[in-house]
Write a new protein. Structure first.
Length: 284
């Protein structure tokens, strides 16, 4: 669905590149996460892949369209939700969606249904300029679904949203993906990437450092240990055991067979810890 080869971008058109030799592919039906700290180049790559910025070097193909020769038809197939809400302040939420729908040559979704999806049905006739940041963000998000895109670009889809709305947005993303929509998700939030993405790319200073599934990364970088909290002779004991060493496995089995287990956890690394290990940088 996306093929990117040796991609470079320089905002000043000089030889200082904000995106450097980026290579990756996104399969149809995949949720692909682009993870990196602020200023890493995530939005720049998304903007190239959605035709908002030109390619300076390299190649990019999106949904079968060559991004060097953008066809208007491509915009009917893709959806883009922006990091910064860019809705029309003087139009109401409903007018914003109705106006946007007119830009497409394909069947579009009912704006009222979309507003309902993100809990804005009661605000349909309120001017977007009077919306809070989170409300504008929801409107921008839902607007990106109006043309039933097969390829959906989401730049920081849950940033600045309260936990319950963020959970709704995550469910919508999962649901769309189940229906076959391919998703390119940009974030510096490792939790959303871990929860939603089939694969993630780590990007720092415009360069991709690694691409893999969150599961593989956690298996590769996590400690092969299990931490157990159990009660022995009325006393609460906390201990860790290797999941590789036979001796430890035996001890663990003995504890499970004989004592009351309170909690038991595998000590997998979080994506954030892995990111720091791999790139030497934090995610903010
Ligand atoms: N319009 C612009 N003109 C010049 N430089 C820019 C412009 N937009 C971004 N940059 C620079 O390009 C680099 C990458 O920025 P980008 O917005 O792609 O980062 P990001 O990974 O999306 O960060 P964030 O997590 O803060 O959204 C940064 O060094 C930034 O200063
Ligand atoms: Mg960004």
């Amino acid at each position: 669905m996306i093929k990117v080869k040796n991609l470079y971008h320089s905002y000043k058109k000089d030889d200082i590149y904000q995106v450097k030799d980026v290579n990756f592919e996104v399969e149809e039906g995949e949720i692909f996460g682009f993870l990196g700290p602020s200023g890493a180049g995530k939005t720049t790559v998304q903007n190239i892949l959605t035709g908002l910025l030109e390619i300076h070097k390299g190649q990019a193909e999106v949904a079968g369209y060559d991004m060097k020769n953008i066809s208007k038809d491509m915009f009917n197939k893709i959806g883009m939700s922006f990091e910064q809400s860019n809705v029309y302040s003087k139009l109401t939420a409903l007018e914003n969606l109705k106006f946007y729908a007119k830009l497409f040559d394909v069947e579009t979704r009912d704006p009222k249904d979309l507003l309902k999806l993100v809990g804005l049905e009661d605000k349909a006739n309120m001017r977007a300029g009077e919306f809070s940041k989170g409300m504008k963000h929801r409107l921008t998000f839902v607007r990106s679904m109006i043309n039933n895109p097969i390829m959906w670009f989401l730049d920081e889809p849950t940033t600045g949203l309260d936990p319950s709305i963020a959970a709704d947005i995550k469910n919508i993303i999962r649901e769309k993906n189940k229906q076959g929509v391919t998703i390119f998700l940009t974030s510096h939030n490792m939790f959303i990437a871990d929860e939603l993405c089939h694969r993630v790319a780590f990007i720092v200073d415009g360069e991709i450092k690694l691409i893999d599934s969150p599961r593989n990364l956690k298996l590769q970088y996590g400690d092969k240990m299990i931490e157990v909290d159990y009660i022995k002779d009325g006393e609460n004991i906390n201990d860790s055991f290797s999941t590789i060493l036979n001796e430890d496995k035996k001890k663990l089995k003995e504890i499970i067979d004989n004592y009351e287990i309170q909690t038991m956890h595998s000590k997998e690394a979080s994506l954030e810890e892995i990111f720091i290990k791999v790139t030497g940088r934090g995610l903010v």
